[in-house]
Design a protein around this ligand. Sequence first.
Ligand code: SRM
Ligand code: SF4
Length: 570
Amino acid sequence: MTGKPESKVEVAKRQGRHLRGTIAETLASDATHFGAEDIHLLKFHGTYQQDSRDERRQREAAGEEKAYSFMVRVAIPAGAVTADQYLSLEKIADHHANGTLRVTTRQGFQFHGVLKGNLKDTIAGINQELLTTISACGDVQRNVMGCSAPLADTDHTVVREVADALAKELRPSSRAYHEIWLDGEKRVSSAEEEPFYGERYLPRKFKTAVGLSVDNCVDIYSQDVGLLAIVSEGRIRGFNLLVGGGLGMTHNKADTTARLAEPLGFVSTEHGVEAVRIVAAIFRDHGNRSDRRHARLKYLLAEWGVDRFRDEFRERAAFELGPAVALPPLPFHDHLGRHRQPDGRFFYGVFIQSGRIVETVKSALHQIITQYRPGVHLTGQQNLLLTNLDADGAAAVERILREHQVTPPLELSAARRFSMACPALPTCGLAVAESERAIPDLLDQFEAELSSLGVRDVPLTIRMTGCPNGCARPYTADIAFVGRSLDLYHIYVGGSLAGDRLVDLYRADVPAGELLPAVKPLLARWASERFADEGLGDFYQRIIARPVARTAVTGRETPTFDLVQLQVGR
Ligand code: SRM
Ligand code: SF4
């Protein structure tokens, strides 16, 4: 509560009659697009109105309206779908969207290029497959992440169950979704429609994940709330409850920052879902509703401090919040290639460049999934795992990938294998620079350089985004390229595979063509001076960043220096 007037989005939510607005009317009309208020509400239904950024100028000059289309996002707790569901989504992409499916950094699927006339059929089609787009976007709990790999050493079913339970617990209950997209019976809106969220929902998006102390593939420290399962002897003993992470920031606004989540305490497995619900309720009641730049939970944590937040939590909880379990840096696995499942069968992780399922990888996946009917699990690194394969099926996956000219993941350079990029241009309305379309060339350049330095296969995370919002989680990577304006990027370095350290600004305003040259000296020093198994981010922190203070967040070392001293090699 700030005492300042509520933001425009708050007004739209309050007046929207629990997510209805005039969406149904506009949908039924000839209009090519929706009006401002409905655009805010549409997000809660899982869709964004976009326009082709490539065509904007030309259309404007010709006096034509923008080329409107819609992005539709499917929320899939812990990223698991069946073969049938995958094949149906593929069909929807072909019939109603631009023919691609995109695995998101939060284990969802996105469609791009859906025209307004196809929007209802797209969303209804997704629901027919028992999947949903509700709360994939908007000021609610977003897709719940969870490790999706059926590995032998951990009870992964618990992760799936908790992710599913969390998704159900905090899903909006307004009937508007059914009325608009599924032709459900119309109801007069009433306050009881949203017993948890109320008429204004949350102050901002709210991101949650169920992680594992043996594998941080969900980047748990970047979440608003993380349930970090403490695994010992293959069993989950309860959760460290982490709060207040978030990566989005705005260039030149020093009061917007990326922040890592910090431990609030330990909760038993049975209280995990309720613990997240309590944090969401504190956010609902105390988050900033006037300035959306400061509306994320991380700013409330920064303002209150963790002790006050813990007191508030304890007041609301009917169960014990114990002290958080001290943990070493979390291991990280991308789960690519072939692995044995606990039941003796296999899963195979396929690399998807920037998550975009298109062309050769799309046809290879279509053949594999049609023929072998595996489970399909999406990862938080924009990749896809094919599960429940017998030995023949696992071997066939690799053969079919090759037949379609798709390089099996373990033959890729580490830089490519661990890379991520957000969609940016031409669909994202907030992009100021290229990302998904630029990263393939950039990776080619990096591969050549890293090969010549003899470190082609050493794990290295390179992430790229078209603006500072952080959709490909650049601020926990070894190296990140973050769009500043067209063809200009900030370069950040110094994160880690464990995801428990934020990057530092390394070079500002570097032209697109000079990104590799700008980090070449650092790569060369890393290649020749690093300890065995030392990642680039770790090396940078040890050798180049100034020494250092221990953080309360992770117990690991993070630098405390100003930017000027970071202009390495300038
Ligand atoms: Fe994101 C906004 C894409 C994960 C931080 N994000 C957007 C929008 C919807 C642009 C918009 O508001 O108009 C992008 C749609 C582009 C397009 O054309 O599809 C977009 N975000 C994505 C996806 C698809 C990137 C990807 O490469 O997969 C990810 C969808 C995940 C999902 O399935 O739900 C995606 N976004 C993230 C993440 C990473 C994460 O959650 O693990 C972050 C950083 C973590 C965080 O939230 O702090 C992220 N997206 C943002 C922000 C900044 C939020 C902030 O509080 O500062 C925005 C802008 C906003 O909300 O105003 C944003
Ligand atoms: Fe768009 Fe920026 Fe997110 Fe990239 S990081 S998808 S450019 S909002």
